[in-house]
Design a protein around this ligand. Structure first.
Ligand code: FAD
Length: 337
């Protein structure tokens, strides 16, 4: 029997779980007792899959977001990214969901497959869905051992702009549906917009809706952004409204000037002018763009973690190199051990 300080061993537990092991432990007078005799190998992680809300309590998290591939080449790219990011021992990985489109069932298949090697989170959007359809999807994830859902409203797909919104008007209604079906079995995350959702009438209204949604969820994840102060200001505004739910900053490493400007325009939040100007100065040199992108993202992540962010959620776009470089630059700041 080993006697060790509790906080330290909570972290060790995670390390063991990540290696495909679980162990029995008891807590007594603030100390964790771990018996190595009780350490058992588990072939599949599904029955033990972690709720992200529990995980965030154990120290800074690192998580990666992927998209369902649309082709064989895309499938290979995703597999490569997953195998290259696996050694970073992510706290969880997530898979996006497309409203009304063909990626719906692919998201489900990928998330369930990921149970073998990761703690996965399924994105789910309400747009275009009847309530019963959403309930079936939630039950199906729950039955297969998935324990984390990112509850989103979504938007009408670009190729189906007239797709009606569906039975649930907002993400908070989906949070409630997950709770109704699974109780506290599943952790539920929601989206947050440091620079305010583009369709919100004003900042105060946006923050009120966000605080109400976060109050019923377990955690939030932000849209990507480029300035630490945008995240810190949002967290202050939420705290002023009495909301203390953890919110993970979402980071999009810049590797291509045209691509990031397209994504930024789509999200309704342009790249800040000073950063855009620096990127345009080197736009013809892909290596220099990457170097600047990694440098900027490293600085942003460091400031966010120093400022109290509970971890970093990377938008990987199904590639791994820039994410690995940023994670390596962060060193011990980003690790749970
Ligand atoms: P909501 O929380 O419903 O908010 C949408 C708007 O309605 C906001 O303006 C809000 O202020 C307002 N609002 C909220 N509650 C109320 C209320 N009770 N009454 C009136 N107004 C209200 N999209 C996808 O299609 N697939 C994905 O996989 C996906 N993943 C994402 C992951 C992250 C981390 C983030 C940040 C976004 C993601 N999105 C995804 C994008 C997201 O679906 C869009 O931003 C969408 O426009 C809003 O979704 P939401 O969940 O924030 O909606």
């Amino acid at each position: 029997m080993t006697r060790v300080p509790a906080a330290r061993d909570v972290q060790r537990l995670w390390a063991w779980r990540a290696g495909g092991y679980r162990c029995a432990c008891t807590v007594e007078s603030g100390l964790v007792h771990i018996s190595r005799d009780h350490v058992v190998a588990v072939r599949r992680r599904a029955p033990d899959v972690t709720r992200i809300s529990d995980l965030l309590a154990a120290g800074p998290s690192t998580s990666f977001e992927f998209m369902p591939p649309r082709s064989d080449v895309g499938e290979q790219r995703l597999r490569t990214a997953l195998s290259e990011l696996r050694p970073l021992d992510p706290s969880f990985v997530s898979v996006t969901y497309g409203a009304g489109g063909s990626t719906r069932s692919r998201t489900h298949g990928i998330v369930v497959d990921l149970l073998d090697d990761f703690t996965p989170m399924a994105h789910l959007t309400t747009w275009g869905h009847e309530r019963d359809e959403l309930a079936d999807i939630i039950r199906s994830y729950h039955d297969r051992g998935v324990r984390n859902i990112l509850a989103l409203r979504g938007d009408p797909p670009r190729n189906e702009p007239d797709l009606p919104i569906g039975d649930l008007a907002n993400a908070i209604d989906l949070v409630r549906l997950v709770r109704e079906i699974t109780g506290d079995d599943m952790a539920v995350g929601v989206a947050a917009q440091p620079q305010v959702h583009p369709s919100s009438p004003d900042r105060a209204t946006d923050r009120r809706h966000l605080a109400a949604k976060l109050a019923e969820a377990d955690f939030g994840i932000t849209q990507f952004f480029f300035r630490t102060e945008d995240y810190l200001r949002m967290m202050e505004e939420l705290a002023d409204l009495g909301c203390t739910t953890p919110v993970l900053p979402g980071i999009m490493p810049i590797t291509n000037v045209g691509q990031i400007e397209r994504f930024a325009a789509m999200s309704g939040h342009p790249v800040p002018a000073d950063l855009a100007a620096r990127l345009h100065e080197v736009a013809d040199d892909p290596d220099e763009v990457r170097r600047l992108g990694v440098e900027e993202a490293t600085r942003l992540c460091r400031d966010l973690l120093d400022g109290g962010a509970p971890g970093i959620h990377y938008y990987t776009l199904n590639t791994s190199t820039a994410t690995r470089e940023i994670h390596a630059n962060l060193g011990s700041l980003a690790t749970r051990d």
